[in-house]
Design a protein around this ligand. Sequence first.
Ligand SMILES: Cc1cc2nc3c(=O)[nH]c(=O)nc-3n(C[C@H](O)[C@H](O)[C@H](O)COP(=O)(O)OP(=O)(O)OC[C@H]3O[C@@H](n4cnc5c(N)ncnc54)[C@H](O)[C@@H]3O)c2cc1C
Length: 488
Amino acid sequence: MSGADGTVDLVVVGFGPTGATLAGLCARRGLSVVVVERDAEVFPLPRAVQCDHEVLRILQELGCADRVLEGSILNDGISFLTADRRTLLSATVSPTASTGWPSSIFFHQPTFEAILRDAVNALDVDVRTGAEVVSIAQDAGGVDVRLAEGAPVRARYAVGCDGARSTTRGRIGTALRDTGFEESWLVVDLVLTDDVPGLPTRCLQVCDPARPHTLVPMPAPRFRFEFMLLPGETEEDVRRDDVIADLMSSWIDPGRATVERSAVYTFHGLVAGAWRDRRLFLAGDAAHQTPPFLGQGMCAGLRDAANLAWKLAAFLDGTAADTLLDTYQAEREPHATAVIDAAVGFGQLICMLDPTEARARNEALLADYRGETAVPDFIPPLVPGACVGPGGGALSPQPRVDGVLLDDRVGAGFLLCTDTPVGPGWRDADWWHARGTVLDARSVPEVAALLDGQEACVVRPDRYVLARGGLDEVTAWTRAALGGVVPV
Ligand SMILES: Cc1cc2nc3c(=O)[nH]c(=O)nc-3n(C[C@H](O)[C@H](O)[C@H](O)COP(=O)(O)OP(=O)(O)OC[C@H]3O[C@@H](n4cnc5c(N)ncnc54)[C@H](O)[C@@H]3O)c2cc1C
């Protein structure tokens, strides 16, 4: 797969969820990919527990979404409670999203990552575990990645998916912008010894100013508690069996569970200033970190991977300009930042320790409480202008066509939908057929939902709508987007 001089298209630093997804999506698009990962095995302890339908759709492309779903449970909603367990807010998550996947699921991250790695290992990807990157240097022709042991790797591009303490980010030399949110929480993963009655089947945020805490259901036999540290408390104070037993005792008899692990994390909202330096990119936690109140950190990393994979592939196969690669940060940074800001907002609501402020919050929310609502959609569309034209920026719906999910029919390329068949003599037919699939709503009525009343709709390979409008107009927009220049 590598060039005659041993240069590969892409080296991915880190085989966490972001790196694995990026490697898999790029390999499926024909790129030669090497992954280098410091650890020999998947990080054994759960961090992420929730992902959304967009993540499942990304995993669909890697062929492993159904396996992830099998080992997961559906998330049906979230409730915010007072210390005496009155409901402040309560919202239902709809079972299925327009992407054709469950809106939100709870899973066990090591199992999730093992499934993802199996999917990547089944592809033509050179995965080197136990390989720590110690330096990265780039020149006009490529990137040299040196390992603590073994031969260095030379690639045309490198992406640092190497987590919060990213070596690659250090090499790019960019600073992290800080939202100012900083709270330490004790995270406790339990293995239940039997079917413990009374535990919630949905996520609970208990807004108790004496000890804000969170309960998260996980696939059996696990369950998670998270407890905020109070001012002056240290990790040594709270990571003790007797303290953990006491903290959870109002919800569960500690004798009916064993602690699989406990850890204290400081939750931040951080975004790197530069996600690209010529041939080097950042993705996932290396580029941004969010407090986990919305369960979106890993989801953002997988969105990065989906956004970058098709752009790298299009540039490397010569169908797009280098400037398309700059639209990666232009699109992903505001998106990730908006989600982090929303998570910080939720965090501030939950992490309120001042009893007077907490009372005022409770009074306001209780007065407004009208029962269960739908979970608000805090995931924004992509910013128009970077690589998105008129009517574009939203994640496209995914209907089933003859029982098959649309993406499986379309494959990894673009999708052009039209309201009528385009004639064989149409001047752009070859251009489109070289870049993906053309479907018309007369022959495939299910795609009418994508048109939203327009003559044509273009869906990008990462399943975002690039543009809707007249056929010539969306074709012009797509050409411009691949050139990295979108007409204003
Ligand atoms: C308590 C908690 C709860 C969370 N809950 C959720 C949730 O519900 N939903 C959600 O979406 N997210 C959640 N997250 C966030 C989620 O866990 C992370 O965002 C996600 O794991 C980041 O994935 P990543 O691949 O970018 O980085 P990581 O998972 O950190 O992977 C980075 C990889 O790079 C490797 N690496 C690092 N340096 C080097 C080097 N020099 N050479 C080679 N390899 C290297 C590491 O060994 C690691 O395998 C939570 C996080 C925490 C802490």
